[in-house]
Design a protein around this ligand. Sequence first.
Ligand code: ZN
Length: 197
Amino acid sequence: MRSVDPNFLPYLAGFDLDHLDAHDNPAYGIWADGRLAFFNQAWFEFARRNGADAGFRAHWTLGANLYDALPEVLREHYRKHYEAALASGEPWLHTYECSSPSIYRQFQQISYPLPERAGLLIVNALRTSQPHSAEPKTPDSHAYLNEHGLIQQCAYCRRVRRQAPGESWDWVPEWVSESPPNTSHGICPPCAGHHFA
Ligand SMILES: [Zn+2]
């Protein structure tokens, strides 16, 4: 199973779509303006695991804009790199963390510019998977609420900011499964240093 905008298909002619469907992790295509135009088979498995979330389904559909689906704090960062890849014709390669509550996972994403700068093919691959080494913390709301009553979570690695005593960014598995409603997204210092420096 795959899903593709028929007008996008000619731009994927250089890629083996059966191979992409056999790939273990999501791959998707966007037009130059960010509209989603292709999903591979692994995408649907990923979507099924996120299927309970209506917001997710509304954002991740053919014709919807990828940039609308990204957390606001990451949107311009991705746009800058995707547009640079389109302009230069050079793939953009980066790693990011997308851990489950119990497993630390690092992914590599390669964004391939397509012919005529029509769009990008974005392929995600698992690089590292191991149990978390950081000691998991319990979701003690008082320790993590800031002065505005919000929990600050890193949009990249999903650690949350402990307010007191002394700031730290902690791994709270319960809040990875489901962010509390009073969550605001930011970037933790290591992610800011790695991705935005
Ligand atoms: Zn982070």
